[in-house]
Design a binder for this molecule. Structure first.
Ligand SMILES: *Cc1c(COP(=O)(O)O)cnc(C)c1O
Length: 355
């Protein structure tokens, strides 16, 4: 199998799971228990918090552990229900679907897949209390101008939330440089365990999951020690792989142009990350291409895996271009297990498709 769908979820890093297995007792107990095993788990949990906080330039006290970025995004939106909200028309489903029914104004991405500060300036109003923008788009890989937006909002009484899931490990993140009030990350997108993420909060918001006093009353639920540890370790590894992943993406683009297949890149190439590329194939429908690739052992996708079945056209591509283009587009996303030879194989399969 050749896995080119890291933006849906990274393959898991077995060596981290092995590290956990080698010291299993230390991860086992409830970190809020006061006995020896509980204290061991607590130590690992807090070390992971320190490590993850450092990776985004944050104070560990401002990092809350959650079940993933979907929950983190929901926590922020829940605190601003009924208020004036501005978001973008290219956000992840955990933002867009959660905003349904709210008073939202949407920034519109241009043909490069980029939103702009000017658009925000023209749509902001005295009612605006929350602005949500993603750092890197999960379908296109575009790097959005969150720093410009943050600088503009800094002096205003408006909460700025950034979904930085796809930026993590691929683009440097510093919460002060972005001037965001909150930021979401997910562990499994960098090869940590699924079901773990963080919410960075500059100032506390109302808890979304209420109950126990974990996370200083900001998020109830027994802590996921293995999840926290795996995310911290996986981040370090992702950072180290950046150059390799960039080489793979550049090689992909170079080789694709020599196959003879007609295509266009969706969104900006210059302002994009190393690990995601989205291609429009005017002559082929994406469901046909994906089925053919699947038969040949290549895993890719037509957009966000959160759109059940993925046969629905991508909302992001539809919003930026049109539905027909969405029905002819495929996302390839790269990660730690990929080698240049995977791209050679993919191109071989694409040459077969043309025939
Ligand atoms: C995957 C993803 C999420 C959701 O993260 P989970 O941890 O799976 O809930 C949110 N935003 C973006 C941009 C994503 O790619």
């Amino acid at each position: 199998m050749i896995y080119l769908d890291y933006a849906a979820t990274s393959l898991k890093r077995k060596e981290i799971i092995e590290e956990i297995m080698d010291d299993f007792d230390s991860f086992d107990a409830n970190p809020d228990s006061t006995h020896g095993l509980g204290r061991k788990a607590k130590k690992i949990l807090e070390e992971a918090r320190g490590k993850i906080a450092k990776s985004i330039g944050a104070d560990p006290k401002r990092v809350i552990f959650t079940s993933g970025a979907s929950e983190s995004n929901n926590t922020v939106i829940n605190a601003f229900r009924g208020k004036g909200i501005i978001s973008t028309n290219i956000e992840h489903d955990s933002i867009l679907n959660t905003l349904a029914g709210e008073k939202v104004t949407y920034l519109e991405a241009n043909k490069e897949g980029l939103v702009s500060l000017d658009d925000l300036k023209s749509k902001i109003s005295p009612e605006t209390k929350l602005v949500i923008a993603m750092y890197v788009n999960n379908e296109l890989g575009t790097i959005e101008p969150v720093k410009e937006i943050g600088a503009y909002l800094k002096e205003r009484d408006i909460h700025f939330h950034v979904d930085a899931v796809q930026a993590y490990g691929h683009v440097d993140i510093d919460v002060d440089e972005i001037s965001c009030d909150s930021l979401s990350l997910s562990g499994h997108k960098v090869g940590g365990l699924n079901g773990f993420g963080i919410l960075y909060l500059r100032n506390d918001l109302e808890a979304f999951i209420k109950g126990g006093e974990q996370e200083k009353n900001r998020r109830a639920g027994t802590s996921f020690v293995m999840g926290a540890y795996s995310m911290g370790q996986a981040f370090d590894k992702t950072i180290e792989e950046r150059e390799k992943i960039e080489r793979i993406k550049n090689y992909f683009l170079k080789e694709l142009s020599s196959t003879g297949i007609s295509y266009e890149v969706n969104g900006s190439i210059d302002k994009s990350t190393d690990h995601i590329i989205n291609i429009y194939f005017p002559e082929f429908k994406s469901d046909f291409l994906l089925t053919y690739l699947d038969i040949k052992g290549v895993c890719a996708s037509a957009g966000s895996a959160c759109r059940a079945g993925a046969l629905e056209p991508s909302r992001v591509i539809t919003n930026i271009y049109d539905e027909d283009r969405a029905l002819h587009s495929v996302r390839f996303s790269f990660g730690f297990k990929n080698e240049l030879s995977d791209i050679d194989y993919l191109m071989e399969v694409l040459r077969e498709v043309i025939k």
